[in-house]
Design a protein around this ligand. Structure first.
Ligand code: JAH
Length: 251
């Protein structure tokens, strides 16, 4: 996969050299180039912003440098991604969709944002990583690139982690423990030390279901809508006092 990132702050992307993303790049699984938008300005001040038509506070990014940048970097199969609070919510599903692309260009806006005509002209996908406002798209791009990288073939050494993830699709994970068995009087649940792997799997499924019901009723509702719960799941939830019915069981 090839990723180009266009920004007025290339220094933001130092972390992409590190850890697993850095290793994926070195292994040739992922190519990332970071570009300074000011490369495509022509005035002495290398201006990237101007006042908004119609008035209002702040500045808007001028379309011309963006147009030249995208002309220089894009080819037939390129997808342009623009982080903005107005975009489609970035979820694991969208991460999978983007990870399947050959070439992505991330355009990082600053100030109030980028002139809308750039997004229209390039048929950009506008993506939001959550309902809050940042100073610009750079940190959102770091989030998105990290989520994509771990989905690329060959990046996760332990292929089991991704399999496990798809198995538990849409559920929060059960709590994790490691040694010592007693830490400051807090003990690791007995069952995890029992060595009975089918019991452990059921225990983890139950913890995941109950945690999801408690903390993320929206995720549980989505699972019920998709008929993704079995009889035992529904029994566990109902036994813990959550409102579920036989109607919610399919498989
Ligand atoms: C802020 C351009 N969804 C998080 C997010 C993404 C981008 C921006 N803010 C929040 C942003 C200013 C200018 C983009």
């Amino acid at each position: 996969m090839k990723i180009d990132i266009v920004t007025i702050f290339p220094e933001y992307f130092g972390p992409l050299e590190l850890s697993l993303i850095g290793r994926a790049r070195q292994a040739g699984l992922l190519e990332i180039d970071v570009h300074d938008l000011r490369t495509w300005t022509h005035d002495v001040h290398r201006t990237v912003d101007d006042t908004p038509y119609g008035g209002g506070p702040g500045m808007v990014m001028r379309p011309e440098p963006w147009g030249e940048a995208l002309d220089a970097l894009a080819s037939a199969g390129t997808h342009v991604v623009v982080p903005t609070p107005a975009g489609r919510l970035f979820t694991q599903e969208l991460a999978h969709e983007l990870a399947a692309e050959q070439h992505l260009i991330f355009a990082c806006g600053r100030y109030e944002g980028i002139d809308q005509r750039v997004l229209d002209h390039t048929e950009a996908t506008e993506v939001s990583i959550g309902d809050y406002v940042l100073f610009g798209g750079e940190v959102a791009v770091l989030v998105i690139v990290e989520a994509l990288t771990r989905l690329l073939p060959g990046v996760l050494g332990n292929a089991d982690s991704l399999l496990d993830e798809s198995h538990a699709h849409g559920l929060l994970e059960a709590p994790l423990y490691t040694k010592p068995a007693d830490w400051r009087g807090h003990e690791v649940p007995e069952i995890l030390r029992s060595g009975d792997h089918s019991k452990i799997e059921r225990w983890r499924r139950d913890r995941a279901l109950l945690r999801t019901a408690e903390r993320r009723p929206d995720l549980l509702a989505a699972l019920i809508r998709r008929q993704a719960l079995d009889k035992r799941d529904v029994a566990v939830l109902s036994g813990a006092g959550f409102q579920v019915s036989d109607q919610d069981v399919a498989k």
